[in-house]
Design a protein around this ligand. Structure first.
Ligand code: DAH
Length: 330
């Protein structure tokens, strides 16, 4: 048989051996030595090359070298394919039903979530959103709201003073005045924001908290319109089964005034969530609106209060401690 024919035969039998090769070490070594080893089939062909005549020698040498390359490359490739990729060993002890790696993702602060909900409800019924200054003068925070100096109602809001005339706002009601100074009626706004009070810190009071103020001014605005709006709001936030009541109250800037309570099952008691009322004509006069033409209603709610009721949080200070064990529950 010619050497060329033998070369073809070795190629064929090598391919067959490779096709049926298993990952067994002995099997692999067997094929390696049978074909590629020092005394293997390829070495044998090379030794036969010595006896070929000088015309054929270069051609056969080239064929033989091609075969050798082909065999060693495809052999190495096959052997490599038996090795598992790193990190994915399939040892029998592995359990693919175990939970995967956990990548923590952040979430919105519970106060932000409640604020977003409150804003969405009022936006859906035609209110716009406005903001106002947290540092303001006595006029906007008190006087224009019908609370002249020495008015006893000022005692309800322990005030941080920057100087005699400038305060950290004690409520978002200051923005009612800014809105009416800068816009002609009718208006319909809510005003979310931070407020500050110099109060003894406890589970229910903090020196800083959030309110959402509401102001609606138009012709022929009635107290019952306000009741309907606030009842709708409370039901959107707490569900239609919530128990709600309007209780007569007093604020210098509204007349008549009321507070809204919702029934708290856990504590078995009514909890106040907001104050409201018809805008006092004296407030309209302070901003140059004619109270004979314009009426309105206003309300102010405590955001922490609402979040505590909705999420059943017992201590207001938790909102400000940034403890991830608390925050990650929302
Ligand atoms: N500003 C009041 C407070 O902080 C809440 C309030 C009551 C706001 C009645 C209002 C209102 O707009 O009409 O206690």
């Amino acid at each position: 048989m010619s050497l060329q024919k033998k070369i073809e035969e070795v190629r064929i039998s090598f391919r067959a051996a490779l096709d049926s090769l298993t990952s067994d070490e002995k099997d692999i070594e067997g094929v390696r030595s049978k074909f590629l080893g020092r005394k293997g089939e390829l070495a044998d062909l090379f030794s036969q090359l010595a006896t070929a005549n000088s015309e054929e020698k270069p051609i056969l040498g080239k064929l033989l070298n091609q075969l050798k390359n082909e065999c060693s490359v495809s052999f190495e490739e096959k052997v490599r394919s038996f090795k598992k990729p790193e990190g994915y060993s399939m040892s029998p002890g592995e359990d693919y039903t175990l939970p995967g790696l956990h990548f923590p993702v952040g979430s919105l602060h519970p106060l932000q979530q409640i604020l977003d909900e409150i804003k969405d409800v009022f936006k859906s019924i035609g209110f716009s959103i406005a903001y106002g200054p947290e540092i303001d003068d006595d006029f906007h925070n008190f006087q224009a709201l019908n609370m002249p100096r020495h008015h006893p109602a000022r005692d309800m809001q322990d005030t941080f003073f920057i100087d005699k005339n400038i305060v950290l706002r004690t409520h978002t009601s200051n923005v009612q005045i800014h809105l009416m100074e800068n816009n002609n009626p009718p208006l319909r706004y809510i005003v979310p924001g931070r407020v500050y009070r110099n109060e003894a810190i406890s589970f229910k009071s903090y020196c800083l908290f959030h309110q959402v103020e509401g102001l609606y001014v138009d012709k022929n605005v009635s107290f019952s319109e306000m009741k309907g709006t606030l009842e709708y709001f409370v039901k959107r936030l707490f569900g239609t089964d919530v128990k709600i009541r309007f209780r007569p109250s007093y604020f210098p800037f509204t007349e008549p005034s009321a507070e809204v309570d919702i029934w708290n099952e856990e504590r078995d008691q009514w909890m106040e969530i907001l104050g409201c009322g018809s805008v006092d004509p004296a407030v309209f006069e302070n901003v140059g609106y004619d109270p004979e033409i314009w009426q309105g209603y206003a309300f102010g709610m405590g955001v922490e209060r609402i979040a505590m009721l909705k999420y059943k949080i017992a201590d207001i200070r938790q909102f400000y401690q940034n403890d991830v064990r608390f925050l990650s529950q929302f």
